[in-house]
Ligand binder design. Structure first.
Ligand code: TYC
Length: 144
């Protein structure tokens, strides 16, 4: 069983989550009244200060979600698409067959919905695997 996310993908996910916790003061100004905020003492005067002022976001934004879409084509074997759906999207035989047939008949279908970094990793894994096997299978992202 292959690992679904490698260590560098996990590091990028952690970096993204950490970044979302710190926001420039200017962006949050409506909430940043004199100590009505979450960490206090950030008075916006900037006297003698250099750099970007930041404070901790009171309510961390949950990472936005992305659909991973599979596209139909005339050449990729149905069995290969089923294998991809089982391998990278953890579907069982029945679910993978259903999704593959949906894509075959309708042109596009949803493989799963994930935070951006994970969705992007899955698209890359599918595209690499298809290329290695010389199939034109295409996979893409769409904001959920
Ligand atoms: N249309 C392909 C065929 O007839 C099967 C297929 C299904 C290809 C889904 C891609 O995403 C796909 N062999």
């Amino acid at each position: 069983m292959p690992k679904l996310t490698d260590d560098s993908a996990n590091e990028r996910i952690v970096a993204t989550l950490a970044a979302s916790l710190v926001v420039p003061v200017a962006m949050t100004h409506p909430l940043a009244g004199p100590d009505g905020d979450d960490e206090g003492g950030n008075d916006d005067s900037g006297e003698g200060q250099v750099g970007i002022a930041t404070r901790t976001r009171a309510k961390p934004k949950k990472p936005s979600q992305f659909k991973v879409l599979m596209l139909n084509d005339d050449y990729t074997p149905m069995e290969f698409v089923v294998m991809v759906l089982k391998r990278f999207f953890r579907m069982d035989m029945e679910q993978a067959t259903q999704v593959m047939l949906h894509v075959h008949q309708r042109g596009v279908g949803v493989c799963g919905i994930y935070p951006y970094e994970i969705a992007e990793t899955k698209v890359n894994q599918v595209m690499d695997f298809a290329r290695q096997n010389q199939h034109p299978l295409q996979c893409t992202l769409e904001k959920a």
